[in-house]
Design a protein around this ligand. Structure first.
Ligand SMILES: Nc1ncnc2c1ncn2[C@@H]1O[C@H](COP(=O)(O)OP(=O)(O)OP(=O)(O)O)[C@@H](O)[C@H]1O
Ligand SMILES: [Mg+2]
Length: 371
C-alpha cells in the first residue's frame, strides 16, 4: 500500500511519478553509463537513485551507496565506502563492529576470506596506513571486489558536492585518477549545490567533464500528486473537494517534499479537528513546521545585498526581472547566475522563479509585505 512519506527517501510503492526519469536512469545504468543527478534540495534525488537500484535488484548487480553528507572525515569516508561494498556479501555489520580490532575481523570466517584478498581492510584497526592510502585503497576496492566475483557494480555517491568540506581538491583528483580506470563499475553522483556540481562535472575545465551523463531533476507532475491525494484521503474516508486539493497542489507547484508534507498535515488536522483545514490554515501550518529551515535558507542569501534585491524581485513581481532591477546599481545577471547555481531559483521558459514555493511565500510575507 502506498503511504505518505515526509523527509525520508521514498521507494517501492511509495515512490510515485518520475517514470521518465526513472526509466532513463535505469537504462543508463544498464548501459554502464556514469550519471550525475543535480536538483535543488528535497526534489527527490536520493529517492530516484534508490528506486532505480531497487528496480535493478533482479539483475544481480552489486551496488554501493555512500552518503558524503554523513562522512565528516577522510577515515569515515574510507570506512563508509568499504562498508558499502562489503554489504553486497552482508559483511557490512560485522565490518563496522570489528573495525577497531584486527583479531575480531579475522575471527569471522567470511570476513577473514575477504581480508586475505584485500589486506588494506586491516588498515582500519591497525591504523598503520595514513588516511590517504586507506582512501585510495577503498576506492579501488569498489571496483576490485565485484571484479573478483565477476559482477558489475553500481556505486552511488550521494551529495557528492559535499566532498568540498574534506580536502575537496585532493579527493576529487584522487577519485578522478582512480575511477576512470574502473572497468566493473558505473558511478552515480548526486548533489544539490549546483555550482559545485557544475564545477565538478559540467564546465569544460571540470575534473569530470564528459565523464557522466547529467540528469537535471525538475519539479514533479501535479496530476500525479492529485491522484495520490485523492487515493490517500479516500482510504482514510476523508471527504474533499477536488478544487481545494488543486489549490494546494498549485501552491506546492510540483515540489515533492511540500506536496507530501501538505497532505500529511491535511490528514493530521482532520484527525484532530474532525474537519479539513482551510487553505490558509494549512499554509500557516507549513510555515510553522518549516520555520527553522526557511530562516536558515534566508540567512544564506541575506549576507549579499545583490542577492537579497534579486530574490525580493523574483518573489515580488511577475514582470521581467531585468526591468524591475534596472537602475538599482546591482549586477543583475551575475546575481541571477549565482542564485541559479546555488539552487535558489530556476528558469521556467523565460521567467525566473523560486525553486522552493514555501520559501517564496515566506519571503513575500516577511520581507515584502512588511516594507
Ligand atoms: N518520487 C517521489 N514520490 C513521492 N514522494 C517523493 C518522491 N520524491 C521525493 N518525494 C518526497 O520528497 C522528500 C525528499 O525526497 P529525497 O530525500 O529523495 O530528496 P533529495 O533531493 O535527496 O533531498 P535532500 O536534498 O534533502 O537530500 C521525500 O521524503 C518525499 O516526501
Ligand atoms: Mg538526498
Amino acid at each position: 500500500m502506498t503511504q505518505i512519506n515526509v523527509g525520508k527517501p521514498v521507494l517501492g510503492s511509495n515512490f510515485i511519478g518520475r517514470q521518465d526519469e526513472l526509466n532513463y536512469l535505469t537504462k543508463l545504468i544498464q548501459m554502464n553509463q556514469n550519471v550525475v543527478i543535480i536538483a535543488p534540495r528535497r526534489y527527490g534525488k536520493t529517492s530516484l537513485i534508490l528506486e532505480a537500484l531497487r528496480q535493478l535488484e533482479n539483475e544481480k548487480l552489486y551496488s554501493a551507496f555512500i552518503d558524503i553528507f554523513s562522512t565528516p572525515t577522510l577515515e569515515s569516508l574510507s570506512s563508509e565506502i568499504t562498508k558499502a561494498v562489503l554489504k553486497n556479501h552482508k559483511l557490512d555489520e560485522i565490518f563496522a563492529k570489528s573495525k577497531n580490532s584486527a583479531l575480531a575481523m579475522i575471527q569471522n570466517l567470511k570476513l577473514k576470506t575477504v581480508v586475505e584478498d584485500f589486506e588494506f581492510i586491516l588498515g582500519f584497526p591497525e591504523k598503520k596506513e595514513n588516511d590517504w592510502e586507506l582512501l585510495w585503497k577503498s576506492i579501488d576496492f569498489i571496483d576490485q571486489f565485484p571484479g573478483k566475483h565477476k559482477k558489475r557494480m553500481i556505486c552511488v555517491f550521494d551529495e557528492f558536492g559535499d566532498v568540498g568540506k574534506l580536502d575537496g581538491n585532493q579527493i576529487v583528483k584522487l577519485f578522478r585518477s582512480k575511477i576512470q580506470l574502473h572497468n566493473n563499475t558505473s558511478y552515480i553522483f548526486s548533489g544539490s549545490y549546483e555550482s559545485v556540481m557544475s564545477g565538478l562535472f559540467i564546465e569544460k575545465q571540470a575534473p569530470f567533464f564528459r565523464f557522466a551523463r547529467i540528469i537535471n531533476l525538475g519539479k514533479m507532475d501535479k496530476n500525479i500528486f492529485l491522484e495520490f491525494y485523492k487515493k490517500q484521503l479516500a482510504e482514510k474516508e476523508i471527504f474533499s473537494n477536488e478544487n481545494f486539493l488543486l489549490s494546494i497542489l498549485d501552491f506546492t507547484d510540483g515540489h515533492p517534499y511540500y506536496s507530501q508534507l501538505a497532505l500529511q498535515e491535511l490528514i493530521i488536522f482532520h484527525a484532530l479537528n474532525k474537519k479539513l483545514p482551510t487553505f490558509d490554515e494549512l499554509i500557516e501550518r507549513l510555515l510553522l513546521i518549516e520555520k527553522n529551515y526557511l530562516e536558515k535558507s534566508w540567512e544564506e542569501i541575506s549576507s549579499r545585498k545583490e542577492l537579497v534585491k534579486t530574490v525580493l524581485a523574483v518573489c515580488g513581481t511577475d514582470s521581467q526581472i531585468y526591468s524591475v532591477l534596472k537602475g538599482t546599481g546591482i549586477n543583475t545577471s551575475r546575481a541571477l547566475k549565482t542564485l541559479e547555481m546555488n539552487g535558489t531559483i530556476l528558469k521556467e521558459g523565460k521567467k525566473y522563479e523560486m525553486s522552493d514555493p514555501l520559501f517564496a511565500l515566506w519571503i513575500q510575507l516577511n520581507l515584502i509585505k512588511k516594507t
